[in-house]
Write a protein of this length. Structure first.
Length: 270
């Protein structure tokens, strides 16, 4: 397939288009896998949370096309040269590790800083987890997450000479794991293969403990793709069994609110 700048396909297969396609494929694919191999057999394939998650994702998508796209194009400072990186594989590895660590740090702050938690708790208001849950977030949360790659690869690192497909691949990995970690997918924790996978990479069992309704007492598992950050920084709270329930405690005042109201009302302390 010719994807050179002069190719007619280049106008269609842009990094943004490929990223959107990867995210859609991840959501659909892991939704179907969760239906065939469910963690919770009583959870239907179609439910209210799923509809609200998809609607929320559709509402936020214009922000990606406008505000985020504008900022990504305007903030091209490249303060640190990257000439020492020998090629696309080295660039991709550095970009992946930096972005995943930054996402871990921001995610941990979203739980520990009261103002950030005011927005992030909207994501945790879901009481049924599936591959669409990653689309459920406050606009402020979305803009914070979108700012990370802009700051890393537009302001901090000089990536002007990189192939755009390096960062597309890095973002694609994050999109796949976003759908996978939230999926209603059964993974036998007693399996050595599952335990070995979880020692390095995120999965539905590991992330289920991030969404426990008892988050005030069991708060951790912030990693997006790699789980090593949680072990390095002491935030791994995984247990052999699954949490008793998902969501946020009643004192957060969100469990019964429609998602649209959660997104529109002004931020207020928890």
């Amino acid at each position: 397939m010719d994807l050179s700048p002069d190719s007619p396909l280049a106008a269609i297969w842009t990094p943004a288009a490929v990223g959107a396609l990867v995210q859609v494929a991840s959501v659909l694919g892991f939704a179907l896998l969760g239906w065939v191999f469910p963690r919770d057999p009583a959870q239907p394939l179609l439910h209210r949370d799923l509809g609200m998650n998809l609607l929320n994702g559709a509402v936020l998508y214009p922000l990606r096309l406008t505000v985020v796209a504008w900022a990504a194009g305007a903030l091209r400072l490249g303060l640190l040269p990257t000439d020492a990186l020998p090629g696309p594989w080295a660039q991709g590895l550095v970009a992946f590790l930096l972005l995943d660590l930054a996402r871990y740090g921001l995610h941990r702050a979203a739980h520990r800083v009261p103002l950030l938690w005011t927005f992030h708790r909207v994501h945790h208001s879901a009481r049924r987890l599936d591959s669409t849950t990653g689309l459920r977030m406050h606009a402020a949360d979305f803009l914070q997450l979108s700012a990370l790659p802009i700051l890393l690869f537009g302001v901090l690192l000089d990536t002007a000479a990189w192939s755009p497909w390096v960062l597309t691949a890095v973002f694609g990995i994050g999109a796949v794991f976003d759908g996978f970690q939230h999926a209603n997918l059964r993974l036998p924790w007693s399996s050595p293969l599952v335990r070995a996978w979880s020692a390095v990479l995120n999965n539905p069992h590991f992330h289920a403990w991030h969404h426990t309704v008892d988050g005030a007492e069991i708060d951790g598992n912030y990693g997006n793709t790699l789980t090593i950050w949680d072990r390095l920084f002491g935030s791994d709270v995984t247990r052999p069994t699954l949490p008793r329930a998902f969501g946020v405690a009643a004192d957060q005042g969100l469990r019964e609110d429609p998602l649209g109201w959660q997104l529109l009302r002004p931020a207020r302390p928890a």
